[in-house]
Structures are given as C-alpha cells and as structure tokens.
Design a protein around this ligand. Structure first.
Ligand code: SF4
Length: 298
C-alpha cells in the first residue's frame, strides 16, 4: 500500500481509526491532563479536564461521559494541573509517548502535537479557575518553546456572556487560541431533545454570535439518529438558518465540523448517522454558507 501523504489521508487508515476510537480521559496517575489522538486535530491533543466532578450544565443524550461511576476528584487544583501538563508535554516532546499504546501505532503524519484543549467531563468555562488555567497553559507552552501549539477551547457556548470568560477568550486570541463551539440544533424543541439543558437556545445563539463577531470560530455539530430518526429536514434548515444569521450579523465561521456518534452514549436511542447522511447534510450547509469550509467526521 502507498504511504498516505497527508494527515487527512492518514486518518482513514485502520490503525489510526482505532486510535481515534480510544478516547480515555486518563493518563497514568494524572487527575486532569491526558493525551488523545484526535482526528479533528490531525494529531495529538493534550486535554485538560476542568470538570473532574463530571458535572455539566448540558445533559446531551449522546454524551460519552460515564456519570454512573462517581468521581473521586471533585475540585480543580491548578498547581496539580500545571505539574501534569508540564510532565505530559515533556513526554510528547521527547517522543516517549510513541512507545505507549495507542500512540505507538499511529502514522507518522499524526505524530505531531496540535493543541492543548480545555475539554473533559463537563463544560470547561463553568469552572471558576478557567481564566487562570488558560494563562497557566499559555505560560507552560511558552516555557517549553511550544508557542506554535494551539490552545483550544471545546465548549457548549453557554457561558460566553460572563466577563471573566470573555476575558479568557480574548487572552486566548493573543496566544494562538481557537474556540470550537457546539451548536447541535436550530430549534428550541430539538435543542431540548438532544442537549437537554436549562440554558435557553437564545442565550447559546447570542453567545455564539458574540464569539464569531470577535474571532473566527469553529462550529461543532453532532448529528445522530434519535429513536432511529435522523434530523428532520426542517430541523436541518433551521440549523443552517441559525449559522447564516450569525454570519449576517458579522460573525466569522472558520469551519463547520459535522460528526456523529462514535462512542458509548448516555442514551442508547442516540445512534450513528451513515456517512451518506452526514455528507448530504454537509452539502446543504455548503450550498447556503458559501465559502465556509465544512468537514465531515463519520
Ligand atoms: S456538553 Fe459535553 S460534557 Fe456536557 S453533556 Fe454535552 S457532550 Fe457531555
């Protein structure tokens, strides 16, 4: 077989797809910091879990966090986060990580550190120490001469109206930051069905508009079957109309990532779409949001 030339080509190889499917938020005895091979990052992403208590202000039916087993860590110890982050970055920089499963099996194209990501078992921006953690992560990367590594926030956009969160995002803008914000629905009814949050959709949309007006933002959308029904066409239209409205308000969408269920879900009735179904929705997004890249992860 010929060697894949790009990370996108390499992503299709079986050994890499196996690594993508393994997403334990655990590394050695660490409490907060873990590495993953991330298809959406095209390489290694070092995650920081700021919600070790597994509390989230959303209750997505497709969530893969196991909340049945109680957490033994209930608060964020920023000194410990810094120790774990620095230690894991050293392991990645030295190449030692590629002696550990599943990192030892991935293609050369994916053997690169793409980002440090605030993600984990809940919404990172609800953690009061989030702004300090962002600054600490930027300083740690700078000390390791890794300033080219991105700082990524993976978020449900529910807290962008808080001044401290806005300040942290503006700091990220100055430190190679990127926001990957979730929008799973176009109507309040579907949003309540799939994300099950007390936060109104209007607030999410207002926060997304602010974020996109302030910086180019990646929109992440998980599409699935709910009780065996794919998203209704009217729902997809409403979702696309929400993104179009954000752009009409001056918002910049850097990329739309469409993906589907890949791991164990909270509700068994949340199941995968086919590649063809995802691509059909992607075509509709592309034809309306002209010029916005749309990536499909099946
Ligand atoms: S926002 Fe993320 S962590 Fe929270 S319930 Fe949804 S998928 Fe799970």
């Amino acid at each position: 077989m010929t060697q894949p030339r790009s990370a996108a080509d390499a992503a299709q190889l079986p050994e890499n797809r196996r690594a993508f499917a393994q997403h334990p938020r655990q590394w050695a005895a660490n409490r907060y910091v873990y590495p993953v091979v991330s298809r959406r990052s095209g390489g290694i992403s070092v995650g920081i879990n700021l919600n070790p208590d597994k509390v989230c202000n959303f209750d997505c039916i497709y969530c893969s966090v196991n909340r049945k087993d109680p957490s033994t860590v209930t608060h964020v110890d920023i000194a410990q986060v810094q120790t774990e982050l620095d230690g894991l970055l050293a392991i990645v920089q030295s190449g030692e990580i590629y002696t550990h499963d599943p990192f030892d099996k991935i293609s050369p194209q994916l053997r690169r550190l793409n980002d440090v990501a605030f993600s984990g078992d809940g919404e990172p921006t609800t953690e009061p120490l989030f702004p300090q953690c962002v600054r600490m992560a930027a300083e740690t990367l700078a000390q390791r001469r890794l300033a080219e590594v991105k700082l990524v926030l993976i978020t449900n956009a529910s807290m962008f109206h808080r001044p401290a969160v806005r300040g942290a995002l503006e700091f990220m803008d100055q430190h190679n930051g990127e926001v990957w914000a979730k929008l799973d629905a176009g109507t309040e009814a579907y949003y309540k069905l799939v994300d099950r949050s007390a936060v109104p959709l209007d607030r999410i949309l207002a926060n997304l508009a602010w974020c996109c007006q302030t910086r180019p933002t990646v929109i992440q959308t998980l599409l699935m079957r709910v009780h065996n029904e794919p998203p209704p066409p009217a729902e997809v239209d409403a979702y696309i109309a929400r993104l179009a409205a954000i752009m009409a308000s001056g918002g910049r969408i850097k990329l739309v990532q469409l993906y589907t269920v890949a791991r164990q879900t909270t509700e068994s009735y949340a199941t995968r779409l086919t590649t063809e179904e995802l691509e059909a929705i992607a075509s509709r997004v592309r034809s309306t949001l002209v010029g916005v890249p749309v990536a499909v992860f099946d």
